[in-house]
Design a protein around this ligand. Sequence first.
Ligand code: ADP
Ligand code: MG
Length: 154
Amino acid sequence: MSLTTITTFSEEETRAAARTFGTSLQRGDVVALYGDLGAGKTQFVKGLCEAFGVRQGVTSPTFVILHRYEGRDQFGREILLYHFDLYRVTGTSELYDVGYEEFLYGDGICCIEWAERMKELLPPKRYDVWLSLGDAEDERRIEIERVVPTPVTG
Ligand code: ADP
Ligand code: MG
């Protein structure tokens, strides 16, 4: 288990931190984002998308649950980035309706804002990213944790 804590003082710094983190992501990775409204989850996703050269505008898919962006991986091959925003999701049926598994277990990169709303459906192997406000106005605290499946013992 590894935990990285970053403090940023502007949205640009948050995007830059996400961009750096994004370069370590591999196909199939899932990034679960947690934090209140305005914490910077969408800015973080923007930075991740920058790491993959996404040219489409990245905004919270508040009304459609899911956005899909096209990017390029480190080998120049097309890679899809899936951006979920579960703010308005009230139950798991909406997730089943969009066929969330295809995106979570696909070969793109999947980012999920308000990931706690699908807690039971999150894959055991993922990154958890917690964003929170700091003391100064534009200060944000970002904690990135690599979550790995617990080995079966016995
Ligand atoms: P969320 O998706 O968590 O609701 P957004 O990323 O949409 O949050 O919005 C974050 C807001 O906070 C933006 O208006 C952004 O300009 C502002 N902001 C100020 N400082 C920061 C920072 N250090 N990191 C990210 N966003 C910041
Ligand atoms: Mg958002």
